[in-house]
Design a protein around this ligand. Structure first.
Ligand code: NAG
Ligand code: NAG
Ligand code: NAG
Ligand code: NAG
Ligand code: NAG
Ligand code: NAG
Length: 577
């Protein structure tokens, strides 16, 4: 009885196993067939997407037409209402969601980096850097050698399949071996130390043979304050440039247009500054805009409740919530607290969606360290001098009431700043940790001091009147005194070249890069200039072409300043024609 029972059980178990096996086999076959079908479909989809990408330039519109140029401000809102591409950026990850994995990632990156630097002896890209940056510095930096970069420049321009493989590969590399990023968008904001970041990007790009998405027609800005459009970039319309790496000149951000220019794996970042201190800077710098023209001081402007401010008058965007404006969002003041809550949440969400990294100007060196990690660069790559910085003489401390009024006046920017200041520190805590951050900041500062001693005659910044090489004088503007630098004499060629790049002001550097990237266009511009356009028409044209220049020119006329570098101003204007 017991025996039979056992046998029956055994039999039925055997049969059960047999059926299970058959079922599994069938399931496997079915799954495999489904997999093949899906692969075929998704590769078709990928192909479609990349075909779209290739086609895009053809759909881009022509340059600004003459008629539009006359009326740049008013047409700005109407330019290109094209459907928004809903695809999220490939590289964007929600870091706040999973701090642990981020921490692990950083650890993995550090370990890999250490391993690589101990096994491979890659030559650093800039010899001069090596020359003295690492020399007689007792502690070796985290990454003494530049990790071997996969030579992206050698890969052919992305065509259907390759582009996708490439994207996938860099995603993998990101997590496994930290490949230095070289597709970068930096939204340059106003009066936030962004010129210093620009110089970092310019030098990195130049020494790594990267291509910049420079403003068309030799402009210094991407037709700010008009909303960015793809064809504002030189080489887009003519399709003479196959791949852009870095987009970093002043623009009013517009995500869908930027994505037409930049590759899918582009890293986006920007920088914010406390709107209180920022507004004091803006007031001095943009004193001649309609909102500020008639008032003596920022206090007076605020006490009057901003009576001189009319949001619909051109150039007045500098006077209120300019950060929000630069990010391409509505900067008009909310009418109630409820509206402020709603709108500021929208602004923050929009910035978070497009920018995985927001730096904070008040913590500049900490920001550089964070940037270094985000881009997988070395500390030397983010080493810089402060550029476009105002002399202390033209700074005025603000009273507490003024500061409070400013927070209210720039309520959107204030909320934006507070949010990203908080996430900045959260990010540091969840990735590097404050201790490691501080170590790197100390290292960075030591390197900077050494670099200043090596490069600069006075060991630091000087007033523009004392800048001896007129080609290195910073552009002067409003009543602010923008400081410059003198190179030490007797530097050897390599060091001199590096030092010179470190102190080259923005306008001069932009123009030099343009000349390098578009030798024919800049030669043609120079030739045209020689043919004999009179100075006045040159200025006139420049004013017509560049909204910003208009403000510059008006300001130069209004404020006679002894330190003002008028010759350079004229040279700048001539370049524009
Ligand atoms: C950049 O290009 C120059 C000349 O084509 C070459 O000598 C140099 O090695 C390149 N540098 C990098 C980092 O690719
Ligand atoms: C603001 O400027 C616009 C356009 O110049 C004008 O139509 C409007 O009347 C101005 N508003 C005030 C309150 O002055
Ligand atoms: C920014 O964050 C730091 C660190 O949390 C804090 O000390 C500082 O007060 C914040 N700044 C502002 C203006 O909120
Ligand atoms: C330095 O550059 C100058 C010209 O720019 C050149 O004549 C000279 O030979 C260079 N010196 C060295 C050591 O390369
Ligand atoms: C600058 O001033 C001169 C004379 O004072 C005037 O003729 C010229 O139109 C002004 N230019 C601008 C752009 O305001
Ligand atoms: C410019 O300098 C001269 C003497 O160097 C002085 O008399 C004049 O007042 C100064 N002008 C301004 C606007 O500072």
């Amino acid at each position: 009885m017991v025996q039979r029972c056992v046998r029956a059980a055994c039999c039925s178990r055997m049969r059960f196993m047999w059926f299970s096996l058959m079922f599994l086999t069938v399931l496997c076959v079915a799954l495999q067939m489904m997999g093949v079908a899906r692969q075929a479909r998704s590769s078709k989809e990928l192909k479609l997407v990349s075909e779209q990408l290739v086609r895009m330039p053809a759909e881009m519109h022509g340059p600004i037409k003459n008629r539009d140029r006359k009326n740049l401000w008013t047409v700005s809102a109407a330019i290109f209402e094209e459907p928004v591409d809903q695809q999220p950026f490939i590289q964007r990850k929600d870091k706040s969601e999973n701090p642990h994995s981020e921490e692990e990632r950083v650890q993995v990156l550090e370990d890999t980096r250490k391993k690589r630097s101990s096994t491979t002896k890659a030559a650093p890209p800039i010899e001069a850097n090596k020359l003295w940056l690492d020399q007689d510095f007792p502690k070796k930096p985290q990454r003494p050698d530049f990790p071997k970069r996969i030579p992206k420049m050698k890969t052919p321009p992305p065509s259907d399949d390759k582009a996708d493989k490439h994207a996938v590969k860099s995603l993998v590399d990101d997590t496994v071996m930290c490949q230095p990023k070289n597709h970068i968008v930096f939204l340059k904001t106003h009066k936030t130390a962004s010129s210093t970041i620009l110089n970092i990007l310019y030098r990195y790009g130049e020494s790594h043979n990267l291509t910049f998405a420079l403003p068309a027609k030799m402009q210094s800005q991407l037709f700010y304050p008009i909303f960015f459009a793809a064809h504002f970039v030189e080489g887009v319309r003519s399709r003479s440039v196959k791949e852009f790496h870095i987009l970093c000149n002043h623009m009013r951000f517009r995500s869908q247009e930027v994505r037409k220019v930049m590759p899918k794996d582009t890293f986006y970042f920007s920088i914010l500054r406390n709107p209180v201190a920022m507004m004091e800077s803006l007031f001095v710098y943009y004193k001649s805009i309609p909102a500020f023209r008639g008032v003596k001081s920022l206090e007076e402007f605020l006490i009057q409740g901003g009576r001189s401010y009319n949001a619909s008058v051109p150039y007045n965007h500098y006077a209120r919530n300019i950060l929000t404006f630069d990010f391409g969002l509505d900067n008009t003041a909310p009418k109630s607290d409820t509206e402020l809550d709603k709108r500021s949440a929208e602004v923050i969400a929009a910035v978070e969606r497009d920018f995985p990294l927001i730096l904070i100007s008040e913590y500049f060196d900490e920001s550089l360290v964070l940037l270094k990690h985000a881009l997988c660069w070395s500390l030397d790559d983010v080493l810089s001098f402060r550029l476009n910085s105002r002399s202390e003489r033209s700074r005025r401390p603000l009273r507490t009431e003024t500061a409070e009024r400013l927070k209210e006046w720039n309520s959107l920017d204030w909320r934006l700043y507070q949010h990203f200041n908080a996430t900045f520190w959260k990010r540091i805590e969840s990735t590097l940790g404050r201790v490691k951050l501080q170590q790197e900041v100390i290292l960075l500062r030591a390197k900077r001091r050494k670099l200043e001693k090596t490069c600069l005659q006075e060991g630091g910044a000087v007033d523009p009147a004392q800048v001896q090489d007129s080609s290195l004088k910073p552009f002067q503007y409003g009543v602010a005194v923008i400081q410059g630098y003198n190179l030490r004499l007797g530097l050897n060629n390599d060091t001199r070249q590096l030092c010179q790049r470190l102190i080259t002001p923005e306008l001069q550097y932009t123009s030099a890069l343009y000349t390098k990237q578009f030798p024919q266009l800049s030669a043609a511009a120079a030739a045209k200039k020689k043919i004999g356009v009179s100075r006045s028409t040159a200025v006139h044209r420049a004013v017509e072409r560049n909204v910003e220049t208009n403000v510059h020119t008006a300001m130069m006329n209004k404020t006679s300043h002894n330190n003002t570098n008028k010759v350079s101003m004229h040279e700048q204007l001539k370049q524009f024609s």
